[in-house]
Unconditional design. Structure first.
Length: 111
């Protein structure tokens, strides 16, 4: 359930649930005890935890990564958000062109 997934994510990232909760979420360590005993955090906290670990909120419950972005895709989104609307349009156009070129090359290679 939630606490087991949270504990695993913390440990994989070199921290403990208590340290993560206090340092990153700025919550009391008593929250960890409550979660360990079956309490579920509010959605806003779940979202914050998921974002910190780069997983979906659903992953915090079932351990399955659905519709999550890869590290590279997440980085691209971060950079993209810092661009002007004009620059974003240029990037979208370039990405569409690259995808189209890949599709043409795939068709050539497959034929």
């Amino acid at each position: 359930m939630f606490y087991e997934q949270f504990d695993n994510l913390c440990r994989k990232n070199g921290t403990s649930p208590t340290r993560f909760t206090v340092d990153r979420l700025h919550l009391s360590s008593s929250k960890v005890t409550a979660w360990k005993n079956g309490s579920i955090p509010k959605y806003e906290i779940l979202k914050q935890i998921a974002d910190c670990f780069g997983v979906s909120v659903g992953y915090l419950f079932d351990g399955e990564q659905k519709n999550a972005l890869s590290e590279n895709a997440r980085r691209i989104v971060e950079l993209f958000d810092d661009l002007t609307p004009t620059q974003q349009g240029e990037i979208i156009g370039r990405a569409a062109l690259l995808a189209e070129q890949n599709e043409v090359e795939y068709i050539k290679d497959g034929a």
